[in-house]
Design a protein around this ligand. Structure first.
Ligand code: ADP
Ligand code: MG
Length: 312
């Protein structure tokens, strides 16, 4: 199959669909796009290399889904609504079954989130997927990492550590179940991100682990610190059979969750479905406390996950 028919067959589904702001989609030298008046464009790109950012034996459907999901998660963290994306595929060969599975996974999430595929590139080489996403926010309303203040609550859009548990199971040969699903089909928190625009003081999506990404947010907010409560990390049924230390290590250091981690000024209530992990502090460093306020040692990392092996 030549490149032209491959693109026609697998990546032109949105070409005639009349998506918001698409003046010209797949098929010309470039796409032509029209943002809504009074909005800022928000753009992000992420490359996923086989064996580094996803297991080489992950299904084509899940690679398609996950590649788009991790990019959309960056838009969610900015409070942006996604509109368009570009897809650059590097493939060892034009395997039609693989391409059909990949396209199904990719479009399943694209259609669920209202993103149109408006162009890309297709070349031969070792399997890797680069996606660029474009969204918009009302002018000057994008969330940032940098607005946290001492006293703000530190909240998260769900339970951390479940994707890391899924990776551990995957590496042990277990390729299905709820934890593996968290790893393979992360759900970018786009609705939450848009809600947070009017309340959160800072926001980041967790790809590298709670402590690492919270550290980025605190650094960007001027070198602040955090006091976390151990009961902020819930022991959900997925962690059954793990010791508390093992679970906390996954929850503090495990990446790949793609949940939003954000700070809320005390006047705002925690959004439904979100956890409160602790509070922002003026004193730098991240500390973990038990229910009586006693200081606990942070679990060691020694954690390997796909988002942070060496080069992000
Ligand atoms: P050019 O040589 O001008 O870069 P290409 O043959 O790479 O043209 O691409 C032709 C058209 O197909 C362009 O509109 C491009 O955006 C689109 N395209 C190429 N690869 C993909 C892909 N993987 N997904 C979506 N669109 C693609
Ligand atoms: Mg090209």
């Amino acid at each position: 199959m030549d490149e032209f028919s491959l693109i026609q067959r697998y990546f032109s589904r949105h070409a005639r669909a009349g998506h918001e702001g698409v003046v010209l989609g797949v098929g010309d030298d470039a796409a032509v796009l029209r943002p809504s008046p009074g909005h800022d464009l928000v753009m992000a790109t992420d490359t996923l290399v086989s064996g580094r950012h996803f297991p080489a034996d992950m299904t084509a459907f899940d690679i398609g889904w996950r590649s788009l999901a991790v990019n959309l998660s960056d838009l969610a963290a900015m409070g942006a609504r996604p509109l368009w994306c570009l897809l650059s595929l590097t493939l060892p060969e034009a395997d039609e079954r693989w391409l059909a599975g990949f396209a199904d996974g990719f479009y399943a999430l694209a259609d669920e989130t209202g993103v149109a595929l408006v162009g890309g590139d297709t070349v031969r080489g070792s399997l890797s997927v680069t996606i660029q996403v474009v969204g918009q926010v009302p002018a000057n309303k994008a969330l940032r990492r940098s607005g946290a203040c001492p006293g703000d609550r530190i909240c998260m859009g769900g339970t951390p550590g479940e994707a890391a548990l899924g990776l551990r199971q995957w590496q042990q040969g277990v390729h299905q179940g709820d934890a593996v699903e968290r790893l393979c089909r992360p759900l970018p928190q786009l609705v939450l991100g848009e809600k947070l625009r009017s309340v959160a003081s800072a926001c980041i999506d967790v790809s590298d682990g709670v402590l690492a990404d919270l550290g980025h947010l605190l650094d960007a907010s001027g070198g602040l610190g955090a006091d976390l409560r151990v009961d902020g990390f819930p022991d959900t049924p997925l962690f059954a059979g793990l010791s508390r230390q093992e679970r906390l290590a996954l929850q503090c250091h495990g990446g790949d969750d793609y949940l939003l981690l954000f700070t809320l000024p005390p006047v705002f209530n925690r959004p439904q479905g979100c956890l409160e992990l602790g509070r922002v502090a003026a004193q730098p460093g991240i500390r973990l406390h038990d229910g009586n306020g006693e200081l606990l040692s942070l679990p060691g990392s020694g954690w390997n996950h796909f988002s942070s092996q060496g080069d992000g």
